[in-house]
Design a protein around this ligand. Structure first.
Ligand SMILES: [Zn+2]
Length: 276
């Protein structure tokens, strides 16, 4: 989700919004109806022995109780609360970036105009619009920009129930697409249809979808001050070597892109800036 938007009653201040403690308690599977998809952890952190609570509580004749949702359903999803949210999905966004990376060095294709088309984003009719690779190697660019969902509150702020009621069917409707891009972004086949998908992380930033086994990792309790371990010197050295290698790779990629832009008769600085 876009958690950096100004609030509806904007005072021009940009506020970082975090998922509330109640929101972090959701264990949200992409499986079946909303009534059965979500359970609620006792706290925001994963505990191996925790007893999960049902999000949907059916009617009970014994207690003469009507069906109802867990108490967290009425809490704010974000803190501070917000009246509307734009939801995005990380793996969908990642796939467009990976696709652009995969086709950045299609040097042969550059000389074959049937196989590589450049142009502005479809629908962008502004003058001097940014240029993109629209098609390469007979593949159309997988635009992620329009894969988003606006969730607006009917009340003062977006509650957890308003959010999951809107987002769950949206995600279920694109389950196959999610399985496909989760594989493709790591150059693998689509994940199998029976994969147990879950929302691992609700923000800040786009929703992270993955295998439900990873939920515990994303809800790990952070180490207390007494548990922090200093980097061993060997690890620190290795980390710096990796950082330097990454910097060299980035410089090489940029040099290749600028060369490509020159070949295409484009302004290298603008090409680089607009490569996604
Ligand atoms: Zn290509």
């Amino acid at each position: 989700m876009d958690t950096t938007s100004p609030p509806a009653d904007s005072d021009q201040e940009w506020i970082l919004r975090l998922v509330s403690t109640a929101g972090k308690r959701l264990f949200w599977r992409l499986d079946g109806s909303l009534e059965h998809a979500i359970t609620v952890a006792p706290s925001e952190y994963y505990e191996p022995d925790a007893v999960m609570e049902p999000y949907f509580i059916p009617a009970s004749d014994d207690l003469d109780a009507a069906p109802r949702w867990h108490a967290v359903s009425q809490e704010s999803l974000l803190t501070p609360p917000v009246s509307s949210i734009t939801v995005r999905i990380q793996c969908i966004d990642n796939w467009e970036r990976v696709w652009a990376d995969q086709h950045r060095e299609c040097w042969d294709a550059i000389h074959d105009s049937d196989r590589r088309r450049l142009g502005p984003r479809p629908g962008d009719e502004t003058l001097d619009a940014p240029m993109y690779v629209l098609e390469c190697c007979l593949q159309e660019r997988p635009w992620s920009r329009d894969t988003k969902l606006e969730v607006a509150s009917a009340g003062a702020f977006v509650t957890i129930h308003e959010y999951v009621s809107a987002v769950h069917p949206w995600l279920m409707g694109m389950r196959n697409t999610l399985l496909d891009v989760l594989g493709k972004t790591v150059c693998q086949p689509p994940w199998p249809a029976e994969t147990k998908l879950a929302v691992l992380y609700l923000g800040p930033g786009p929703l992270r979808i993955g295998h439900e086994d990873r939920w515990a990792y994303w809800h790990k309790r952070p180490p207390g001050p007494g548990n922090l371990v200093a980097y061993p010197s060997g690890e620190e050295r290795a980390r710096k070597v990796i950082e330097r290698a990454k910097a060299r790779t980035a410089a090489m990629v940029r040099a290749q892109e600028e060369a490509e832009a020159v070949i295409r008769g484009l302004d290298p600085a603008k090409w680089y800036q607009n490569r996604y």
